[in-house]
Write a protein that binds this ligand. Structure first.
Ligand code: PRP
Ligand code: URA
Length: 212
């Protein structure tokens, strides 16, 4: 895949280890959910490298010093329903007070085109750094539309986090939204004729919620 400045692929051995278990069809719902959460937490650490810090005065037992903290109220999490819900706790582990918005998208099974069916965002989201989360970035249609929906509502600083990306989908989002940093923990090979990611992990929503 061509290299894009706004795409970051993790190459951490621990993430690789967890993704190997996640892909396994024998991994059950509970473990799958826990792994998605753990991987998201690791991705959050990495993707926060450029986060803005604010100075604070801290009194240690010995003296007062200037330290730096992330303004937690400056972060929002927006999962793309349903599967994105599986990543919310992973970000909350790091920023427990982050507000959560929801965007509902489903892929039409024939055209693979995303359809928005729900959008509820926290007040003042336009001033926050938004983590748009969805474990699967396949054709990139859902992510592209969700990013446009957030921008339409005034969001300017958005990061997209996906556990698995397909090259064609990542390229599509990177080109359509060059201002958005895209983090994927692994880049897979390709899409099959049903727009499923190969080797992938199957249907993330079904595996997270046990619907099939
Ligand atoms: C999955 C996934 C993404 C989308 C990715 O959702 O969670 O939202 O497909 O595909 P795309 O990149 O080709 O748009 P799905 O539509 O299966 O809905 P679900 O989360 O409710 O299972
Ligand atoms: N959505 C999924 O859940 N899995 C895929 O492989 C593609 C889209």
């Amino acid at each position: 895949m061509k290299k894009f400045d706004n795409v970051f692929v993790f190459d951490h051995p621990l993430i690789k280890h967890k993704i190997a278990i996640l892909r396994d069809k024998k991994t059950g719902m509970k473990e799958f959910r826990e792994l998605v959460e753990e991987i998201t937490t690791m991705m959050t650490y990495e993707s926060m490298r450029d986060v803005e810090l604010v100075p604070v005065q801290v009194e240690t037992p010995l003296e007062t010093c200037t330290q730096y903290k992330v303004a937690e109220e400056s972060i929002a999490i927006v999962p793309i329903l349903r599967a994105g819900l599986g990543m919310v706790n992973g970000v909350h582990k790091v920023f427990p007070t982050a507000r959560v918005g929801h965007i509902g998208m489903y892929r039409d099974e024939e055209t693979f085109e995303p359809k928005e069916y729900y959008c509820k965002l926290p007040e003042g989201i336009e001033k926050k750094t938004v983590f748009l989360v969805d474990p699967m970035l396949a054709t990139g249609g859902s992510a592209c539309d969700a990013l446009s929906a957030l921008k339409k509502r005034g969001c300017k600083k958005i990061k997209l986090m996906s556990v698995i990306g397909a090259p064609e989908g990542v390229e599509r989002v990177a080109k359509a939204h060059p201002d958005v940093k895209i983090y994927v923990s692994t880049m897979d090979r390709e899409l099959n004729e049903h727009a499923y990611i190969l080797p992938g992990l199957g249907d993330a929503g079904d595996r997270l919620f046990g619907t099939k």
